[in-house]
Design a protein around this ligand. Sequence first.
Ligand SMILES: C[S@@+](CC[C@H](N)C(=O)[O-])C[C@H]1O[C@@H](n2cnc3c(N)ncnc32)[C@H](O)[C@@H]1O
Ligand SMILES: [Mg+2]
Length: 944
Amino acid sequence: METGGPPAVVVKKVPLTPKAIIHKMFGEKACYKVEEVHEPTHNGCPGLALPQKGPSLYRCCLQLPEFSVVSETFKRKKDAEQSAAEMALEKLGINPAADPAAQDPWDALVGRLSYLFSNEFLSSLHPLSCHFRAALQRVGHLSCLVPISVLAVYDAKLSSLCKTINPKVESDPLLIMPLVLKAAQRSGSVSTHEDQLSLRRKNPYPPEIMQTLVNQQSSLAGSIWISAILIPCSVEKTAISLMLKIALNDYYPDVIAQKLGLSDASTVLVSRTVGKASSEMRLYFCAPKSCLGDLSSGLLDSTESVYPKGSLNKRGSYLSGQLVYGDAILASIGYKWKSSDLVYEDVSLRTYYRLLLSKTPCGLYKLSRDAVLAAELPGAFTSRTNWRGSFPRDLLCTFCRQHRLSEPVFSIVSNPLESLTEFPGSQKKLKVTESGNQVINKGANDSSGSVPIGSRETFSCEVKIFSRCQDLIIECSPKQSFKKQNDAFQNASLRVLSWLNKYFKKLDMDLEELTSCGDILDIQFDSQLFIKEFSLAVSVYTHWQSIGVQAEDRVLDPACVNQLGDTVGSIDIKGPDSGVSPSNGSLVSVVYSICLVTGGEHGKELIESTEDFEFEIGSGSVISCLESVVTQMSVGQSARFYMKSPPQDLILASARDSSLILPVLTPGGCSLECTITLLQVTEPLEDRMEQALFSPPLSKQRVDYAVQHIKESCASSLVDFGCGSGSLLESLLECPTSLEKIVGVDLSQKSLARAAKILHSKLSTNSNATASSTVVKSVLLYDGSITIFDSRLYGFDIGTCLEVIEHMEEDQAHLFGDIVLSNFCPRILIVSTPNYEYNVILQGSTPQILEEDPDDNNHSQSCKFRNHDHKFEWTREQFGRWASDLAARHNYSVEFSGVGGAADKEPGFASQIALFRRVDECPKNVDVTLKYSVIWEWNSTSQF
Ligand SMILES: C[S@@+](CC[C@H](N)C(=O)[O-])C[C@H]1O[C@@H](n2cnc3c(N)ncnc32)[C@H](O)[C@@H]1O
Ligand SMILES: [Mg+2]
């Protein structure tokens, strides 16, 4: 059906600048970055070795979706930008003088087509000209024919003109065909082939041009073999490798066409590049026959193409961001600028699975760490120095690019007053001298010019994610604020990534759940747009195959977070215990290798190994079983353990050689064997500081303080609230006290397990009747939260709670205070917590801190918390208020003390301690409430 010719377009007369043309074509997608350059100048002083600064010059880098250009240097920023835009237009083959956007796009399209079939173009350096030259060698009826799909893909100018005429071309490559065909019919120099799918020049090229071409024959000798991937249309069928053999005289799109079961390249459609921007990896697929019929009969109009139902290749479409139909071949082959040689690369199954993996937030992180099976997207950004792999902000930008969304928009909000609420320690104004070591109290309206703690502004960051058409899809506005802009950026980005990751882990999640996950992370989203953007992901990833041991082990989880959590069988740890074990916040360095183990004759195949792999304990940055094994090891030890197989796709994305792995990937009976050696443990900041600055280390001083008071109190029962790995309990077994019953409570099972091991070994060596073991009758470890009452711990002689409350939210610390004094009712209670005011000393003078955070030179003026897990750190005044109010409410007395530093010297003790004593002698009857579970128990009577 003829529509009466191309639509009329108003012709603009005013010539546009290169920047304006780029803007018309790419809008927000064109990104200009101008940098200042100082070029050395002649200083008129021969022999002067000092370089002299010349005038400021500017250079501009222009990034477009497919490529980027960098300008020469200019005196004015504007000139640099215009020059970059001009270079980009040149690369796109657009002459700004004849601005296509200012011209009737149909005329421009006809003009461009005529140019492509000109003598001049045939010998140009354009990648498409190689196709023209190769087409001359096609034989029989195909001779000199160039498929329209090839013209559309390899000439950016032609395709951008088509996009101007019909924007839907962007997502549906088939729509370009009728446009080019129409333009060809209007051109005098191009004729259409009878199938209406290829074009050739009306008149043959002059013989002298042909002769020159013969002399410049491509250097491709004999034939090449390259591997490619066949992605079947049905998601039920797995992708497989295939080989393409391309001989000297072959036109490579014909070879691909034949693999797709077609006679030649005319019906093959080619996608945009997939993966890295620089690669020539594309999808090749057959245009649906019914549509082609419409095309040749003129039925397919230029606004909508309708495909037969069920022919959408979901994986191909998801990878390319364009509609792909039927079976598709993923191959990396093509021509580059300024070269007539074919460039090609093998595409392996590994590449294919990595492409799929790289579209999930967790997969991006795994790939950035080169640890597909071991790494996980961390749940927390604790500090720049502890993060390994690409940073959250970069991961989020890559994720958006991968999904053809606009670049995320970050906005920093600065909160000058926020600091008082965010940093509880800042209420007391302190003046810091230049050395950062001396601190004196100062009034709030200090005019001396010194910077009071906490007066610096803090930052929070909002992230917005827009679709290609600039519709707002996701918005994250966390209230949390940070002292550094970068931390705000990274944390906000990580929130969005974590939320997206939750979605990718469970693609069938209902809207309600998705919304409530978003609420927790301060994320709002437009559900309709969100579902539309990611609709293909649902069908692509839910078919990830598992090779789990049994059917119920099937894991339909692309990101596979924590799916390897379960170890199978026992863990075999070898080597002497060096006593240096990691704990939360430690950075560990390990060597590991993971092999696929099958019951059959093939035995074991190595699939992943990494040397000097570092991660932070407690941030969830590796699969959970790996972390739990490492926390049971000490430096120098090696361990071997087995885990369930993850989805096959994850193994294929990791394994270097899929041909070795594929035959052994039989469903059932596969597991992974992991061998790991713990090389090094770097303790969390707090521990390092406490060891570097205090002798004995501050932790030892705290324990010694508690032991001293326990001895003096003649207590016979003790409960350590938040006992961790049992450092206090261990010390109590090393020296004589009057204690008969010792109990530890914690909610970290890992710490409790470590405590049990230590206490067990202590007690078994003590059993030869040392002073303490004769008195201690029972030792018990409970798993439970100290904010919940358990009557088994009621009325003890002494309770300790060392460096625990700051690990809870502030309201929980208040709750604990009330519960412990009103329900547990120990006769004496010792509570220690960091003194925030002391941080100026710790952080102003330790070289470790400067190393930790090289870009922050303001340590002496604004302190961060000592440990990333701290929810608050109190000043002396805040701690004093908490403890005094509590004591008054529950009829206890309280006295203050501490370790590290001195009471009468600013800024007081490094660790502040409150010692509560019950005033009444009134243990009351309590109801039996059993909330804790016994984790480990030792009894002196059962030992003999
Ligand atoms: C820094 S560690 C201190 C461990 C030990 N008191 C010491 O001084 O070595 C803090 C401990 O508090 C524990 N903890 C935090 N909140 C808790 C809660 N609500 N109930 C029980 N333990 C808790 C943590 O699991 C961790 O082991
Ligand atoms: Mg602490």
